[in-house]
Design a protein around this ligand. Structure first.
Ligand SMILES: [Fe+2]
Length: 502
């Protein structure tokens, strides 16, 4: 599994990461890869430069080469961990020597991981993502520590902070409920025997409130309270720790609970993703069904989708982007579902009024798809595939590069497919002629880069999916990027479309 496309290893979006390495190549490679996972990257070439940057802003992670100029990554880690203001930042050491001594020193200095540089770029990235995912479980997680003993609270809080947690304290159940009004912790750690409101009362109160009921609740108790502890597990506590316990035990327990919770969230996320996939499949089927009502439009979106994905790949877009362009092609005309049948299926020429209704389909399409979060990326294709470079397109009359690239790509394919497809009133144009016309409107209607990539792919030579007989978009009639093409040179109409004849 390549890390660049590895969706299974997901890190929180927007992480601020400082990459400290003398090698510009390595910094650039890591930047490029991590940015694809939504991270924001800063660079440092030496320990002193890294410390300057860490002093100036708060990072979520520091990745440092063990042999970093000035003092080395391990010393940098030690400096970060010895400063109260920065000790919460997880540090990952990169080691090119695969030395046990380096690893030992890194962990002793407080590093979260020591990763070998002697592996492929993808291997390094996968190790980094895995480490970040693991540390994300506890990083910045807020623990509410409830105990009437100041000594216990202080010791527990100190240990948790050193392990990367954030901590808020309360001296009894009543005070803890007050704290809950202001903050929602990720986990609650509570003593049992406390004045005002004991742990049992507090645990009940937490579990009776739907806002807090899902927060993992850990009980701290002494041996003499074991019976009470059992009762607390029955009323909703998730785990218990018997005093005295050490910080390692505590951290492991909290990490396990948070990890379980993360797993549940992950499963819920997967369930939502699966539902979204079904929804996209349904919408795609809906598009196909919409086109199938008219033998002249059947298969149009699929053909545009195939062409567009090929152009996208030719233009160097990532595979992830290529797939989104492919999806956008399938859905680009979904808005036609909002156009009345007597206009959409009208075999003859449309009036200006009818055409103005057809022209609403990109906006309608946008409105239909906007509520589906996973389709947000393809909205620009749906909304802007009828824009023109010269600003005479619709719906917004955008100019040039202000038209989203994916929409410009789709427009080329939409136009070509319409030209080569049959209509009730004319046969589809020969592909060579269509290519010629596409070239003629390059720069006015269609994006030159996209047209060049289209020409380069020669995709039509492999056979246009479903053309010549069954899937044109169209012309004035359907509000496509063409407007009744014939074999005459195109001209631009007042509606911003190339047209075959007046
Ligand atoms: Fe369209």
């Amino acid at each position: 599994m390549t890390a660049g496309t590895n969706r299974a290893v997901d890190i929180p979006f927007g992480l601020r990461i400082l990459v400290a390495d003398a090698s510009l190549v390595l910094r650039s490679v890591l930047s490029w890869s991590l940015e694809r996972h939504g991270a924001r990257i800063w660079h440092a070439e030496s320990s002193s430069q890294a410390l300057d940057k860490i002093g100036a802003m708060d990072f979520d992670y520091v990745i440092a080469d063990a042999e970093l100029p000035d003092s080395g990554g391990t010393e940098l880690c030690r400096a970060i961990k010895s400063d109260r203001r920065t000790q919460h930042i997880p540090v990952i050491i990169l080691d090119s020597r695969d030395s046990e001594d380096v690893q030992k020193a890194a962990y002793q200095a407080g590093a979260s991981a020591c990763i070998s540089k002697n592996q492929t770029k993808n291997g390094i990235l996968e190790d980094l993502l895995h480490t970040m995912k693991q540390t994300a479980i506890k990083h910045n997680r807020l623990v509410l520590v409830v105990d009437d003993s100041l000594t216990v609270r202080s010791l527990v809080s100190k240990g948790l902070k050193e392990a990367g947690f954030r901590v808020v304290e309360a001296e009894n159940g009543r005070a803890a409920l007050d704290v809950l009004r202001d903050v929602k912790p990720d986990i609650i750690l509570s003593d049992i025997d406390m004045p005002e409101m004991n742990g049992e009362g507090f645990c009940r109160a937490v579990h009776e409130d739907p806002v807090y009921a899902s927060i993992p609740f850990v009980v701290m108790s002494t041996h003499s309270e074991r019976l009470v502890m059992r009762r607390m597990l029955q009323i909703g506590a998730d785990a218990y720790l018997v005093k005295p316990f050490n910080v390692e035990q505590l951290v492991i327990t909290l990490e396990k609970l948070l990890s379980d919770q993360l797993l549940l969230l992950q499963k819920e996320k997967e369930r939502l993703e699966s539902e979204q996939k079904l929804m996209v499949a349904s919408i795609t089927s809906l598009c196909a069904a919409l086109e199938a009502r008219d033998s002249y439009t059947r298969g149009h979106s699929e053909a545009v989708s195939t062409f567009a994905s090929r152009i996208a790949r030719e233009m160097g877009l990532s595979e992830e982007e290529v797939e989104l362009v492919r999806l956008g092609g399938r859905l680009h005309d979904i808005g036609k579902i909002g156009v009345p049948d007597h206009i959409l299926l009208k075999p003859g020429r449309l009036s200006e009024e009818e055409f103005s209704i057809i022209k609403k389909h990109p906006v309608i399409g946008g409105e239909i798809l906007r509520p589906v979060p996973s389709l947000a990326a393809v909205l620009p294709i749906v909304i802007h595939h009828h824009e023109r470079l010269d600003g005479k397109g619709y719906p917004e009359g955008l100019h040039g590069s202000s038209i989203p690239l994916w929409a410009r790509i789709t427009a080329v394919c939409d136009t070509f497919h319409a030209l080569t497809s049959d209509r009730p009133y004319r046969n589809g144009m020969p592909k060579d002629k269509a290519v010629e016309i596409i070239q003629q409107v390059k720069g006015t209607q269609l994006c030159p880069d996209c047209v060049d990539a289209f020409i380069k792919t020669c995709i039509w030579e492999a056979g246009v999916p479903g053309t010549q007989a069954d899937e044109p978009e169209d012309d004035q009639r359907e509000g496509s990027n063409t407007h009744r093409f014939s074999h005459h040179p195109p001209r631009v109409t007042e509606t911003g479309h190339t047209t075959e004849h007046a």
